[in-house]
Ligand binder design. Structure first.
Ligand code: CO
Length: 212
């Protein structure tokens, strides 16, 4: 007998694998050979926002990177490596940044309270807050300000994806790549389109353009 939690994981997994094989015979045989995901998903590490589940897609359909508050930071080797592999090797056609309402990371940035090392990571959200301070201050309630900062954070991360050389070089090569933002409501399980779609360098501020 191993750890109880591991025993439980293995039992749940066995049930899931059997069910999946029953519903789609040959599913794992096919996936074992290769993956061809059409999209890269950049989402929050929050336990309530599992990418495949909320997007309603099977294993093999989405390449995933998650971190606290779905941030794309230009010094984050981890996120950049995921993006580079997804874009240049897997040749995904879409990068989806998915934020969510009630994000603890966004709340911490909004409230200005310390939680530890993570406050330095969340400084990236305070940059978004500062950039849009006037708009956020105009909103009447705390909840509205919180929701709006969650949305504005997604929007900024979409642009941060596009400011990388990874995405700009893909466009320069003529590779079709669309970066967009959605937000998930943990209260009703629904995704909302934030109507932020970037698919060419013409949509970027010129100061972020880095020609090869
Ligand atoms: Co979150």
């Amino acid at each position: 007998m191993g750890l109880q939690i591991v025993d439980k994981l293995i039992a749940n997994n066995k049930k899931w694998a059997e069910e999946t094989n029953r519903n789609s015979p040959g599913f794992f045989d096919k996936l074992a050979k290769q993956q061809h995901p059409e999209m890269l998903w950049i989402g929050c590490a929050d336990s309530r926002v599992p990418a495949n589940t909320i997007a309603g897609v099977m294993p093999g359909e989405v390449f995933v990177h998650r971190n606290v508050a779905n941030l794309v930071v230009n010094t984050d080797f981890n996120c950049l490596s995921v993006m580079q592999y997804a874009v240049e090797v897997l040749k995904v056609k879409y990068v989806i940044v998915c934020g969510h309402y009630n994000c603890g990371g966004v709340k911490a940035a909004l409230d200005g309270k310390q939680f530890g090392l993570i406050d330095n990571w969340l400084a990236n959200i305070r940059d978004v807050y500062k950039e849009h301070k006037e708009e956020i201050y105009k909103l009447d309630s705390y909840d509205e300000r919180f929701d709006r900062l969650c949305e504005l954070n997604v929007r900024q991360q979409v642009y941060n994806v596009c400011h990388t050389t990874i995405v700009q070089n893909a466009w320069a090569r003529g590779q079709e790549l669309t970066v967009c933002g959605v937000i998930y409501d943990v209260a009703d399980g629904l995704l909302k389109d934030l109507d932020v779609v970037v698919n060419s360098k013409e949509l970027l501020n010129e100061v972020y353009l880095v020609d090869k």
